[in-house]
Design a protein around this ligand. Structure first.
Ligand code: ATP
Ligand code: MG
Length: 208
């Protein structure tokens, strides 16, 4: 049947959780530490403890990566928002549980902006978009988290701030976008796009 899997965090978490669990088998746990979790929450007739904990920090790392694989996405605070709201947007990023794995502040060249937005080449707003993206320094980041691509897009909100205010009032675009063009932030739409944009800005990366 289903198992509940948790990532637990505190100082010295591996040893502390193992202390709480108590001895390996239910029999030992009952005898040696009746207050331990394995003794208290034993299931009758099942001699095997119902709870697991990683043996070492290295094992914990491996098990966490297996059950909660991390993903990287490419994220950018556009120049107008970077000038006005950089700190508050960065705080929102951290509050949402992203790790900022790479960070730089730099003005994009038109070539870079065209690369990030090559899907939109030929659209009527394309030239305006390149101008808006190159008018000053952007904050450029690699954000890391489980399911990072999708979660960053959720945090950004819909492309049009008027829609964002209606449907995602807590999103970054609802709070900080001026209009659909100068809409505060950019984020890759797929893992593959993210990889390309990350390489374009930060070079080959061994983030995994
Ligand atoms: P982004 O790619 O910037 O993360 P997105 O994926 O939500 O945003 P896209 O449809 O890929 O939205 O549009 C890319 C960018 O082009 C948007 O961020 C926005 O600034 C601009 N844009 C999109 N549609 C329009 C439009 N109709 N008029 C003006 N600008 C637009
Ligand atoms: Mg897009």
């Amino acid at each position: 049947g289903p198992t509940l899997i948790l990532a637990l965090t505190r100082e010295n978490a591996v040893a502390h959780w193992r202390d709480l669990l108590g001895p390996k088998t239910v029999e030992e746990a009952m005898k040696e530490n009746p207050n331990s979790l394995r003794a208290q929450y034993a299931v009758s007739n099942v001699p095997i403890g119902q709870l697991h904990g990683s043996s070492t920090p290295d094992d914990a790392q491996k098990e966490l990566e297996f059950f909660f694989p991390e993903e990287h996405t490419f994220a950018l605070i556009k120049p107008a928002a970077a000038a006005k709201y950089k700190d508050v947007i960065l705080q929102k990023v951290k509050d949402a549980g992203f790790t900022i794995s790479k960070f730089k502040e730099e003005s994009l060249t038109r070539e870079m902006a065209a690369q990030f937005y090559h899907d939109h080449e030929g659209k009527p707003f394309f030239e305006d978009l390149l101008s808006c993206m190159t008018e000053g320094p952007s904050v450029i980041m690699v954000l890391t988290k489980e399911n990072a691509v999708e979660e960053w897009r959720n945090l950004m909100g819909p492309v049009d701030p008027e829609v964002a205010k209606e449907t995602s009032p807590e999103s970054i675009r609802a709070h900080f976008a001026e209009d659909i063009l100068s809409n505060a932030v950019h984020g890759s739409s797929t893992k593959e796009h993210a990889q390309k944009s990350i390489e374009c800005v930060f070079g080959e990366l061994d983030l995994d």
